[in-house]
Structure formats: structure tokens, C-alpha cells
Design a protein around this ligand. Structure first.
Ligand SMILES: Nc1ncnc2c1ncn2[C@@H]1O[C@H](COP(=O)(O)OP(=O)(O)OP(=O)(O)O)[C@@H](O)[C@H]1O
Length: 248
């Protein structure tokens, strides 16, 4: 599975935030989307999941565009938003069943997959509870469980570590690594660069709606002549330069 974003210019009505954004994610790759507040990370994600339509450029998943087959395209993606969105009138069990139906996964199989995930995230005894009444982190876990039980080819996770306790962060990372090793692709946006550095294969650095640089840590170190530097160090140097140039 590959995601290919090519020369994407896009954003909101009257506000083209992204300009000429290109990057790709191969099967088995975990890619970190990083950038300052307002850099365009969430906008990029919204373009990929089809909530926004590109002004120009293309987005292909396994060679398929959303325009060609919306349903097939959407089913390939498991999306975990930054802010959990849950149905007030549905129990946790019903959220799992609804997700299964939406993704065309057999309900029994979905419950089986969910069983393992519910154990991992310590929610097994809450199946008949209403997630709208859960804590913030528990709600986030429901979104994670629903995305992972569909076993999509591309996971898109917006700020995955926000609101999760340290145990849940580790559990989520273990899950991401497992899915990636099974051939899935993962795009995650994050500000937690030390964690991103440890687990991501590649990085796409966005700045003011443009790709400032993309590549592995080794590629970034060599490109900016900062051997042995951490992602944090490279990123801070880069953005400070950009911000300084912008204000000159
Ligand atoms: N609904 C909207 N309509 C118009 N402009 C928007 C809308 N949402 C975001 N923007 C603008 O798009 C730009 C990029 O925002 P975006 O949310 O993609 O940034 P981000 O990199 O995800 O930031 P953060 O790290 O703060 O989450 C910002 O200038 C923002 O003001």
C-alpha cells in the first residue's frame, strides 16, 4: 500500500493553506508529520481523508483517488482524530458494531478483534457503557479501538499521544509497530519529537503550508550538516532559520 500526495495545493474556501505539498508513504512505513502550530498538518490530513478537496494536485492510495471510488478509498483509511467524536446515543459495543458495518467487516470478526484491543486498553468491562460519559483518554481509546479493528491499509493519527496516560501511549506505540510490521502504512502528526524520532521511519516537516524537508533522520542530519543531531535539534534550527528569514 502506498499513499502518494503530489503537488497538493489545498485548504479552506478562500484560504489555500497548503502549497505544492508532495510526499509518499510506502507499505510498512511510519511517517511523522511535524510542524509548528498552524503549519498545515491537520489541513493535510483533512485533504487525505477527503474532508477537504484539493485546489490542485493529486492524492492516491494504492493508485486509487477518492474521486474514482469514494467508498473503496475511505475503507482503506483508519482515522483517529485529535478530538474524539462519539455518538451520544450509542454504547461502546454499538460503536464497534457500527464501525464494522461502515467498513464492511463481519460483526463477529470485529468483536473478536475488538476483544484483544479492549483488553489492551483496559475497557473490556465497559462494553455496555456510553463512551460520551468516558474520560478524555478513555474516549481517545475508543477511537483507537474502532480504527484498529478495521485493519485498514493506512492509519492516520492526529496527535496520537494527547490525553493518553503513559501506559496507553506505550500500548498504542506497540500496536502501531505491529500493524506497520504487518505491512500497514501510518501517518501521524505530532509535536512530541523525541517519541517521533524513536518510532518514525521518515519525517515530513511542514512549514507555512509547504514541505520544508522530508526524509529519514539520517537524511535530515546529512542535509543540514548536523551529524548526530536529534530531530528536536534539527527541527528547532530549521524553523528558527525560517522564522528569522520570514521576518527579515
Ligand atoms: N476551518 C478553517 N477555515 C479557514 N482556515 C483554517 C481552518 N482551519 C484551519 N485554518 C487555517 O489553516 C492553517 C493551518 O492550520 P492547521 O490546523 O492545518 O495547522 P496544524 O499544523 O495542524 O496546527 P496545530 O499544530 O496547531 O494543530 C492555519 O493558518 C489556520 O488558521
Amino acid at each position: 500500500m502506498t499513499l502518494e500526495v503530489k503537488q497538493l495545493t489545498g485548504g479552506y474556501f478562500g484560504n489555500p493553506v497548503l502549497s505544492d505539498v508532495s510526499f509518499n508513504i510506502e507499505s510498512g512505513e511510519l511517517v511523522g508529520l511535524i510542524g509548528l502550530n498552524g503549519a498545515g498538518k491537520s489541513t493535510t490530513i483533512q485533504e487525505i481523508i477527503g474532508l477537504l478537496t484539493p485546489y490542485s494536485g493529486t492524492i492516491e492510495l494504492d493508485g486509487l483517488t477518492l474521486q474514482e471510488d469514494l467508498e473503496a478509498y475511505r475503507k482503506k483509511i483508519g482515522f483517529i482524530p485529535e478530538t474524539p467524536s462519539l455518538y451520544e446515543e450509542l454504547t461502546l459495543r454499538e460503536h464497534i458494531e457500527l464501525t464494522a458495518l461502515a467498513y464492511g467487516v463481519d460483526v463477529e470478526l470485529a468483536m473478536e478483534r475488538a476483544g484483544v484491543l479492549l483488553d489492551t486498553f483496559r475497557l473490556s468491562d465497559k462494553l455496555d457503557w456510553f463512551p460520551v460519559n468516558f474520560s478524555k483518554g478513555m474516549k481517545q481509546k475508543v477511537m483507537i479501538i474502532c480504527a484498529f479493528l478495521t485493519e485498514p491499509s493506512l492509519y492516520i493519527i492526529d496527535e496520537p499521544f494527547m490525553g493518553l496516560d503513559p501506559l496507553a501511549i506505550q500500548d498504542l506505540i506497540d500496536l502501531m509497530v505491529k500493524m506497520k510490521n504487518d505491512g500497514a502504512s501510518i501517518l501521524m502528526s505530532t509535536h512530541i519529537l523525541s517519541t517521533a524520532e524513536k518510532f518514525c521511519d521518515k519525517f515530513v516537516v511542514l512549514h507555512e503550508g509547504k514541505v520544508l524537508v522530508a526524509g529519514t533522520l539520517a537524511e535530515l542530519q546529512s542535509k543540514f550538516d548536523m551529524p548526530g543531531a536529534s530531530l528536536d535539534e534539527i527541527y528547532l534550527t530549521l524553523t528558527k532559520q525560517e522564522v528569522a528569514e520570514h521576518h527579515e
